[in-house]
Ligand binder design. Structure first.
Ligand SMILES: NC(=O)c1ccc[n+]([C@@H]2O[C@H](COP(=O)([O-])OP(=O)(O)OC[C@H]3O[C@@H](n4cnc5c(N)ncnc54)[C@H](O)[C@@H]3O)[C@@H](O)[C@H]2O)c1
Length: 269
């Protein structure tokens, strides 16, 4: 028995990176997975590779009707929706606040925050009456502290964590759990694009993240987030709701690859 055997799962942004790794893992663990993404070729190729347990639907998370369509597709397939993983994302607008145009701000929020809201809204419409479900959203360590990502990205990810807490409070009475995951920098095309302006340069990204990792000798991987999502999707986390689960090797609590100087012993006379 897989850990999510028989569950029907939607993953947005599943054509690449964290979403792709999660789709692979959840199918291997017995789930049916609806892959939603704006990347038609990659999404369709992944679904074809994963076989009858996966299907791809073009979905732009900034379009409420697209997200609603994903939920309808999952329900048509199996009659229920067990897990909604709101994961699609972009880096969005960067640069100093005075240079960010209102339009760039809105575009960034539309993907990173409104897209998550639509996922929660349409999943809730099915999960509340059915009486169970797990909603997971990808936040970021940039949603826990300022200074760890671009301004709009950080604001949107803070809001995703806020939305997660608020929805967990609203949905508990209906048997639905709502959680978030907050990764530190992981090896994905998004991060390769940030560092090398080329989403294909994954090995160089891996080496860079390994050398700067809070956990010496070990970079963060898309699979690490996939395993966190598997736990939140499965009944193993059955009493966990409202949590923001960090996959950051302790970065947000101060872990760094080099041990802090204050732990060097200095005897007191
Ligand atoms: N990689 C990291 O270091 C890291 C750290 C913290 C949080 N995150 C978050 O993890 C999530 C996944 O990022 P990733 O690193 O796997 O990046 P990625 O670029 O590899 O994957 C993101 C996917 O989202 C899709 N997408 C983008 N806009 C979309 C839209 N409007 N509608 C539907 N799909 C859309 C892309 O096509 C892509 O397939 C994002 O929310 C990101 O903010 C990533």
């Amino acid at each position: 028995m897989g850990r999510v055997e028989g569950k029907t799962v939607i993953i947005t942004g599943a054509a690449s990176g964290i979403g792709e790794a999660t789709a692979r893992l959840l199918v291997a663990e017995g789930a049916r997975v609806v892959i939603g993404d704006v990347q038609r070729e990659r999404g369709a190729a992944l679904a074809a590779e994963l076989g009858s347990a996966a299907r791809f639907l073009h979905c732009d998370v900034t379009c409420p009707e697209d997200v609603q369509g994903l939920v309808a597709s999952a329900c048509d397939w199996s009659g229920h929706l067990d897990v909604m993983f709101n994961n699609a994302g972009i880096v969005g607008v960067t640069g100093p606040v005075e240079d960010i145009s209102p339009c760039e701000w809105k575009v960034t929020m539309d993907v990173l925050l409104n897209g998550v809201f639509y996922g929660m809204k349409y999943a809730a419409a099915v999960m509340k009456p059915q009486g169970w479900g797990s909603i997971i959203s990808t936040a970021s360590v940039a949603g826990i502290s300022g200074g760890l990502g671009p301004t709009a990205y950080s604001a949107a990810k803070h809001a995703v964590i806020g939305l997660t807490k608020s929805m967990a409070a609203e949905m508990g009475g209906y048997g639905v759990r709502v959680n978030a995951i907050a990764p530190y920098a992981m090896v994905t095309p998004m991060v390769a694009d940030v560092y090398f302006s080329d989403g294909e340069r994954l090995e160089e990204t891996r080496q860079l993240l390994e050398s700067s990792s809070p956990l010496k000798g070990r970079e963060g991987r898309a699979e690490d987030v996939a395993h966190a999502a598997l736990w939140l999707a499965s009944d193993d986390s059955g009493y966990t709701s409202g949590l923001t689960l960090t996959t950051d090797a302790g970065y947000t609590v101060g872990a760094r690859a080099e041990p802090p100087r204050h732990i060097q012993r200095k005897p007191i006379d």
